[in-house]
Design a protein around this ligand. Structure first.
Ligand code: SAH
Length: 252
């Protein structure tokens, strides 16, 4: 109970003002209802973090900057490239506590998004957030290697987003099977992106992808985005069994 009271007090003040002005600066202004949903999400993150280790980011200011605004900055970049069209089917692969998927869904309400996460407690938290905010979003609990083999999921998405989930060659093998031909993987990446791009040649060939752009920094955060387009059907043997893509990345 004390944690909850604390959280309510904190979210009444500056972090939400920072979200409000930060979102407007990015060109994605939030209306009152959207802001109150972000506030609820923030409270739930603070309460869950007090209970168990959900994300490494724990204070409200940093959650707003690193989780909320960084996700909105990605959305802005994707929207500019017409990758968030209203009928688009999007997948957040390795969503963790809901990033970037939940902020994307809050700011682009027409987006049809699925949130995929292997760790049960995180997937469960995301399910609670989706219910509390009344979002029409699907939570998929399981490993990408397994779920990518389900016919209802394989080759069905226009967009896969992933923030700091795996090295790029691994992510290409995990994500491309989910995409329709012509679909896009948007991988949020830090300063290792340049190296990982060089290491991704074999994975791109094997899975039918092509790097179409790399933006080193989006918004004011430390991350950039690598955009990979799926140009051809990914062979059935990918992704390999759970754990193998990480253990033996394609091309290594
Ligand atoms: N995208 C979130 C979480 C990053 S941590 C954020 O930026 O805050 C990476 C997450 O990906 C972890 O929660 C981990 O459980 C999940 N993950 C890693 N490999 C996965 C796989 N093969 N299938 C499903 N989830 C995976």
């Amino acid at each position: 109970v004390s944690n909850k009271l604390e959280a309510v007090t904190i979210v009444d003040s500056t972090p939400l003002a920072a979200l409000h002005s930060g979102a407007a600066l990015l060109g994605t202004p939030l209306d009152t209802e959207q802001q109150s949903k972000f506030a609820t999400f923030l409270e739930m993150l603070l309460a869950a973090n007090a209970e168990y280790n959900l994300t490494s980011v724990r204070d409200p200011e940093t959650i707003v900057q690193r989780h909320f605004l960084e996700s909105l900055a990605l959305g802005r970049e994707l929207d500019r490239r017409l990758l968030l069209a209203s009928e688009s089917r999007a997948l957040d692969l390795g969503t963790g506590a809901g990033f970037p998927g939940i902020p994307l869904r809050l700011a682009w309400p027409d987006l049809r998004i699925s949130l995929l996460e292997a760790t049960g407690k995180k997937a469960h938290f995301v399910e609670q957030v989706v219910a509390a905010l009344g979002l029409n979003a699907t939570v998929l609990e399981g490993r990408a290697e397994t779920l990518a083999r389900e016919p209802r999921l394989r080759g069905t998405f226009d967009l896969v987003v992933a923030r700091t989930v795996a090295a790029l060659p691994v992510l290409i093998e995990l994500a491309l099977p989910f995409l329709k031909v012509g679909g896009t993987l948007a991988a949020m990446k830090g300063s290792r992106a340049g190296v990982e791009l060089k290491e991704s040649a074999a994975a791109l060939v094997a899975c039918g992808g092509e790097v179409i752009d790399y933006v080193p920094r989006i918004g004011s955060g430390p991350l950039g985005v690598v955009l990979v387009q799926k140009r051809g059907i990914t062979p059935d043997r990918y992704p390999r069994r759970p754990g193998i893509p990480t253990k033996r990345p394609l091309g290594s």
